[in-house]
Design a protein around this ligand. Sequence first.
Ligand code: NA7
Length: 542
Amino acid sequence: MSSTTVQRYDAIIIGAGVTGLYQLYRLRELGLSVRVIEAAGGVGGTWFWNRYPGCRFDSESESYAYSFSKELLQEWNWTEHYSPQPETLRYLNHVADKFDLRKDIQFNTRVRAANFDATANCWEVEAESGERARARYLITALGPLSAPMMPKIPGMETFRGTAFHTFNWPADPKGWGGADVGVKGKRVGIIGTGATGVQVIQEVAKTAGSLTVFQRRPNWCTPLGNGPISAEEQAKIKASYPEIFAKCKTSFASMVHDADPRSALEVSAEEREALFEKLYPGPGFSLWLGAFGDILTNQKANDLISDFVARKIRQRVKDPKIAEKLIPKDHGFGTRRVPLETNYYEVYNQPNVTLVDIKETPIERITPNGVKTSDQEYELDILIYATGFDAVTGAITRIDITGEGGLKLKDKWANGPRSYLGLQSAGFPNLFTLVGPQGNSALCNVPRCAELNVEWVTDFIRHMRDNQQTCAQPSKAAEDAWVDQVAEVADATLLAKTDSWYTGSNVPGKKRTFLIWAGGNPAYREILADVAAKGYAGFELR
Ligand code: NA7
């Protein structure tokens, strides 16, 4: 990009994470000139930014690998069943090097705006630096969890210690992970107990002098069951990649776990308990995705599994009062993304750890010395905000995107995203939102869903080229029908009834609406295939 001359490409991709890298690879293969624009100083997306201690996969490492290159699959050795962030970032850098992707990526460039020029039938993208570039296709590969959200608490700017959001944990200048910010022996506070908070709390508690956890609402967490991959397991993984990916294709969340097709209500109490016991220790989402399918749709079934996990928490936490604070009372197990943990609950048995229920004693302000609740002031050296993201839509609507006739995407989406297939929005021709709102973005093992989206969009662009078409956008009717279908499918689950980042209710002022496709990936894959087979039905092509 340049501020004086406007560079021209066939396609511009925003984001060089898991999805953007693969889209670059595929479009280059198609013979397109492609520019990837990336705000960070390197590839990796979420794995570039999130460098807090304890950050790791909740997908099985081998199921997270790119599947497109047999050579890559065979040469890469995952060292743990749930890869830690530094290893994942090393992997994505290896991919970028192996396929010579960097030459088409512009780093340290944040896109500020994108405007559709109807006369020229192309997008003009403008960076914060003022640099501009044009392309027929604009493809966002921004990731569902890349717009970090800081809370608005009075006095935040007055804190004299070190404070940051987990997404912005400082990088280790000599490695792939996070810097040592000097937690050892210090007074540390963490606000937030989502998947990120849980991962960082269990690590920081090991060395902090004192750790104060400020919890607004607890989550239902289950054991991760991580461990090193032995040489024997490594060989088995490498021999069975085709089966692993085939399994992911047929599973609801593109993971290796499959729900038991029976209802939790149709088996005996003993049988139910035995299955829960077997699945509870993990690995991964065994209990969430491997128990009875109706736990996420039937309140009675959900009550049974919630009761089981509550008993586990009571067994693991010694102080019954603290255990009760850690058990969610406002939502059932699995209706929000389940944080996976390693000795998380035991952390609260340690003498250096304090749990502060901020629903009971709200945070009044951040002071120069720490956090002041309605009850007392907690003095801190380091304050970590694990307060989550403006998920799914936030990273897209933070860019000032203007489509046909001056239509702003953020205005169009003010009452919730509107798309067709999660991939395009009417009025924004040739703009593709990979792993985006109303698509398979988050109830999913992201690389598997990214591959599905990338390959479909690549085929669509190839189809347009072969048919001398230069412009694609959904019809209003197709979009309206998809918006209704997404809502209908979500409403059949308990997830839509629970406040979480899936519904946008974690962001003050954000319209509450279920942000993603909740019908499972096999169904989504079929829908995409059907649309393509019908000559891209629902799209207006010219
Ligand atoms: P989450 O799951 O949105 O968790 C954010 C946490 O921060 C959650 O406990 C929130 O409490 C808490 N929070 C947010 N804002 C505030 C304020 N203002 N005050 C106090 N506490 C607050 O984000 P994560 O980063 O943990 O996980 C996101 C996904 O990343 C995860 O699901 C995995 O897929 C990977 P709340 O529950 O809203 O009361």
